[in-house]
Ligand binder design. Structure first.
Ligand code: PMP
Length: 287
């Protein structure tokens, strides 16, 4: 089946979807994006993604490309045209097309692109194997709370991780503390069974999965502490895991080649993964 992309007001065959050479997203990475998961036709945490998109735009003094209702309609139409019941939707807004010049252009319309594709989440959800991570210096800019399309340090970190046979890179700040993964949030479980993840500020992206996992944990009697933790603390922790829209909650079984816990996803991680997947499969999603 041929894929369809939404590009600035038109639905076009994916292979023909094009952006102008002077789109500021292309030239300056002057844009933001969102990725949301679709489970059984529903956009998981749709409201959370919309709120974060608006916040990212606002931080860069950009406007939503259209009001909420037509925006939601375009999301649904993109999913429908791609026949996505389980999968992902990618949404990108750039500042628009203008003669190349650093300052914000006047009277430019934001450019909106959406793509969607099917992902077999049920198969993915059954894959409960843990992941290896490697630590890499966090060389990103200091506004990581903005979901900017400027992802070069993240791309380099992920590539280094893959070349070392790992699934993810954990990014380490100048104080030896873990900020987050290259495309995931980072978590450990302490000796008391409390779940620890870095607090929200400019140093990390406020993951939508992160906030849902915190909510689910607290609703189910698991204590969550939002504070920085060091790589050394993570290495000595009984459990570690990561979270994101496309990885859900995934156990970490090794960091820099050192085994975490007993080398398999631990009980708290498995519980949170189960709670999160149940949430995605239906309970409480956009109802
Ligand atoms: N941190 C970074 C740097 C990311 O790119 C992502 C994924 N977009 C996340 C965390 C996880 O965010 P979410 O749970 O919203 O997918």
């Amino acid at each position: 089946m041929s894929r369809i992309a939404y590009v600035n007001g038109q639905y076009v065959p994916h292979a023909e979807a094009q952006i102008h050479v002077e789109d500021r997203g292309y030239q300056f990475a002057d844009g933001v994006y969102e990725v949301a998961a679709i489970f059984r036709g529903r956009i998981i945490d749709e409201d959370g993604h919309l709120v974060r998109l608006k916040r990212s735009l606002d931080e860069l003094d950009m406007a939503m490309p259209m009001p909420d209702r037509p925006f939601a309609a375009v999301c649904r139409e993109t999913l429908r045209r791609n026949r996505v019941q389980d999968g992902i939707i990618y949404i990108q807004v750039s500042r628009g097309v203008s003669r190349r010049d650093h300052p914000f252009p006047e009277d430019v319309k934001p450019a909106l692109v959406m793509t969607a594709r099917a992902v077999d989440w049920p198969a993915n959800a059954d894959d409960d194997t843990g992941a290896e991570v490697v630590s890499i210096a966090d060389i990103r800019w200091l506004r990581r709370d903005v979901k900017s399309i400027s992802l070069l340090p993240n791309v380099l970190a992920k590539q280094e991780a893959r070349e070392k046979g790992a699934y993810e890179a954990w990014l380490i700040d100048a104080d030896g503390m873990v900020t987050e993964g290259s495309s995931t949030n980072a978590w450990i479980v302490d000796d008391d069974g409390k779940v620890v993840t870095r607090q929200l500020d400019h140093n990390i992206l406020g993951g939508i999965t992160r906030s849902t996992v915190i909510k689910l944990a607290r609703e189910n009697g698991i204590e969550v502490v939002e504070r920085p933790f060091s790589l050394a603390e993570a290495l000595a922790s009984p459990e570690a895991f990561l979270s994101s829209t496309t990885s859900f909650v995934r156990g970490i079984i090794g960091i820099d080649g050192s085994v975490i816990g007993d080398g398999a996803p631990g009980p708290v991680t498995r519980r949170l993964r189960g709670l999160y997947l149940d949430y995605c499969r239906g309970a409480g999603v956009n109802e």
